[in-house]
Design a protein around this ligand. Structure first.
Ligand code: GDG
Length: 760
């Protein structure tokens, strides 16, 4: 019914258009028909006149008048001729036939005949007048005037008009009928096509199937552009919804706690790391608490807050011993006391050998392959083994059951998993390697490569940031140990004990609404930062936040800034990079030399491009508190991460989380694990100074709308792939593993009991 209504609405204008066209066309058609007839009559008249002229020339002069009359009377026997007159050269009528009107003179006839339409309306009807010379060769020839009846053409014209109206009406009705049928069919197709699209059939189905041919039930071709358009709009709506609301079941502390309650049944969680999450320091005003600059701490702390376990770490603060209890424990964080920090004390020799020596001079450069030679000393290795054992003993001492969940953090404890496994065979040991894992050849230069691999394979689960690192590790084991590798299940079985090797990209805790409420607005942050650093209001501000480490690509970053000022002089006086370089490992020569070098390069660039009140590089080589970092992130126009090699890099994720105004550009090294998750950043090769320079320029000139698009997308990723997901996925895998272990043990026990019962 609805479609009929629609079609009538469509047909009425169509019929109206046809009627108007017919009304306009008919007079034209009339005129045209009459013109044809007129031309036809002229030709016909000429022929009759010629015949008569020949006959007239044969008449003898004596019999002329009578013979002429008889000739003309014979001529008018033709039904279409009304009358004929014979006129002399001086327009005198010599004689005329009966039908020739008396009122029509030769002169008038000649005048009418000379017109375009030689038509004359008489009382008896309309006539066509033709005037023809009897002897065309003579200038003063006598003339014949022929009057043709025009009623016939008029009648024909009326007939033509009637036929035309009938024809146009039939044509109109036929067009309308066909249109109705086609419209009916297309309308049904459209409606069903649109319904299919709205149901999502045309949207979720792949458009191409079977080697590139269209999907058999894809939308009809005329609907495909519409389908593409609807698909795009729906995707945009979906994206906006997703951006605003996040995933339907987001990973947050509550979900993580739920997982610990259900999948791990509240089992004890013990974290082991070198760096402690809180450092107690004695200063002139008494004891204060500080948070170290460490990606590991940034990531693991929120997880511990959620699961209330025990964190075992090296007590490195000068007031640490003063605040612990008799078992070297202290509840942290100071305000909420969510979990227990168990501190391990290291002697100066232990710290030097295990931490500075083997871990930081050996394993750190070994795994980063950042063109700094690893140093391996026998004495460092001995300390490394001893300290790993001390921490392993502490884990055993802290365990309240024989099967705790132990989270081992980083390259400082490669040997610890096997050591704990020896004492607590049923423990679930999850080791997470926060730094990259190199290829087998690079790792092979370590004299104790086999021992390190054996130690790590004491883990139940071994996690890296990226699949690429997992692959490198598996290949390294394949190269140096006798182990069974099952690529399909991502497991390595060494001496009959399986280890799951998986990638778990680490992240940050997404800021809560309460946290965000404490933040200054970007404008206020900018004002404060600009005032503190004495920057001009039109400054284009880039920030870098790193530990002062040679792997972070700080030198390459400075070279790119220098090149930018050379290549684009318009930025001189306006482009500023603020580089936070938190002091780290300064006891090591390699670090001291690197840090000195950065100081020198900074001074050189500032000397070269600085002006009164302007220096392009602000190197802040000191530890900043969290609020100061937030202010910088929010004040900046761009954040620059140029690591030469980085397991993940959390600074880029912190910058993204800080930009709830969806402004600011992230420049990110492709050698940071984060680059695999954050392609909307400007991804660069930090070794290529020109490329980084161009990225700085592009970031500085990027329109706000593009910044918004990129930042919104980055924020969506970091919010969803947060640190609770990182921990949750590892703990969920651990939970499944424990379930399988329990079932296997039950099955084995029952079959053993069954076998014993069989013995008489
Ligand atoms: C390792 C891997 C991986 C820096 N300066 C200050 C400060 N920081 C904080 C940052 C950030 C953290 O330190 C650095 O994290 P990164 O991830 O960049 O780097 P690493 O410390 O090298 O961490 C790395 C990480 O482990 C986690 O697995 O991503 O690839 O190398 O959170 O904000 N914090 C404070 N003051 C500073 O001056 N408070």
């Amino acid at each position: 019914m609805k479609s009929l209504h629609l079609q009538i609405r469509f047909l009425v204008p169509l019929l109206a258009t046809l009627t108007v066209a017919a009304l306009l066309a008919l007079p034209l058609l009339d005129q045209m028909t009459l013109r044809w007839f007129s031309r036809d009559l002229s030709a016909r008249g000429a022929m009759v006149a010629k015949t008569l002229s020949l006959a007239i020339s044969d008449i003898e002069p004596g019999a002329k008048r009578e013979r002429l009359r008889a000739l003309l009377e014979r001529g008018v026997l033709d039904e279409r001729l009304v009358g004929i007159a014979f006129c002399s050269a001086d327009d005198r009528q010599v004689l005329s036939t009966k039908g020739f009107p008396d009122t029509l003179s030769c002169k008038e006839a000649r005048d009418v005949a000379g017109q375009k339409d030689p038509r004359l309306d008489l009382a008896s009807g309309a006539v066509h007048i033709g005037v023809f010379p009897v002897s065309p060769q003579q200038a003063d020839s006598d003339r014949l005037v022929l009057l043709h009846d025009l009623s016939l053409p008029d009648r024909r014209s009326v007939d033509t008009r009637r036929y035309m109206i009938i024809f146009i009406t039939i044509l109109g009705l036929a067009i309308a009928g066909i249109t109705m049928i086609v419209a009916q069919i297309s309308w049904r197709g459209w409606v069903s096509g649109m319904r299919a699209i709205m149901r999502g059939e045309g949207l979720v189905r792949p458009l191409l199937q079977n080697g590139g041919g269209p999907a058999p039930d894809s939308a009809p071709p005329e609907l495909q552009p519409l389908e593409v358009e609807i698909r795009r709009h729906l995707r945009e709506l979906e994206d906006n919804f997703y951006r605003e609301h996040g995933p339907l079941t987001p990973w947050d502390p509550e979900r993580l706690r739920g997982l610990l309650r259900t999948e791990l049944r509240g089992d004890q969680v013990i974290v082991v790391s070198n760096r402690e999450p809180y450092i107690h320091l004695r200063g002139p005003d008494g004891i204060s608490v500080s948070r170290p600059a460490s990606g590991l701490v940034t990531a693991v702390e929120p997880v511990m807050r959620a699961c209330s376990g025990t964190w075992i770490a090296h007590g490195s603060g000068n007031a640490d011993q003063e605040v612990v209890d008799a078992n070297d424990r202290v509840a942290v964080p100071p305000d909420t006391q969510d979990y227990v920090l168990r501190r391990i004390w290291l002697t100066a020799e232990e710290e030097e050998g295990y931490y500075q020596g083997f871990a930081n001079e050996g394993l750190w450069p070994l795994c980063h392959v950042a063109h700094v030679r690893p140093v391996f000393r026998e004495s460092d290795w001995a300390q490394y083994r001893a300290v790993n054992q001390r921490f392993a003993d502490a884990v055993v001492a802290e365990a309240r059951s024989d099967d705790p969940v132990v989270l081992v953090q980083d390259y400082h404890f490669a040997l610890l998993p096997a050591m704990v496994r020896e004492k607590l065979p049923k423990a679930t040991i999850i080791t997470f390697w926060h730094i990259p894992w190199p290829n087998p050849e690079s790792f092979g230069i370590c004299p104790w490569r086999r021992e390190l691999l054996q130690g790590m394979l004491g883990s139940t689960i071994l996690g890296f940031h990226t699949r690429f690192h997992c692959k490198n590790f598996t290949e390294t084991v394949d190269r140096y140990l006798e182990a069974r590798i099952e690529h399909e299940h991502s497991t390595i079985s060494y001496q009959g004990e399986p280890t799951l090797v998986q990638s778990y990209p680490i992240s940050i805790a997404w800021p809560t609404d309460d946290e965000r409420a404490q933040w200054p607005t970007p404008a206020a942050a900018r004002e404060a930062v600009f005032a503190r650093l004495g920057l001009a209001p039109d400054t284009m501000l880039a920030v870098g936040v790193d530990r002062f480490d040679y792997t972070k690509g700080i030198l390459e970053r400075l070279h790119a800034v220098e090149r930018l000022l050379e290549k684009h002089p318009e930025w001189q006086g306006r482009f500023v990079i603020v580089q936070v370089a938190a002091p780290t490992r300064s006891a090591l020569d390699e670090y001291r030399e690197f840090q000195d070098r950065i100081q020198r390069v900074t001074e050189r660039i500032n000397l070269r491009f600085g002006q009164s009140g302007y220096k392009p590089v602000h190197l802040l080589a000191e530890h900043h508190d969290h609020a100061a970092l937030m202010a910088l992130y929010r004040a900046a126009d761009m954040c620059v991460v140029t690591s030469l090699h980085d397991g993940m890099n959390l600074v880029c994720k912190e910058f993204i989380a800080a930009r709830d105004d969806e402004q600011g550009v992230l420049i990110l090294s492709r050698f940071a694990g984060a680059a695999r998750e954050l392609p909307e950043a400007l991804v660069i090769n930090p070794y290529h100074v020109e490329e980084t320079t161009d990225a700085l320029h592009r970031a500085a000139t990027m329109p706000p709308q593009e910044q918004r698009e990129r930042m919104a997308s980055l924020r969506m990723t970091v919010r969803e792939f947060n640190v609770y997901r990182w921990a949750g996925r590892m703990l969920a895998d651990a939970g499944q593993w424990r379930l399988r272990e329990r079932i296997t043990r039950r099955v084995q026990r029952r079959s053993r009991e069954g076998a014993e019962a069989m013995i008489p």
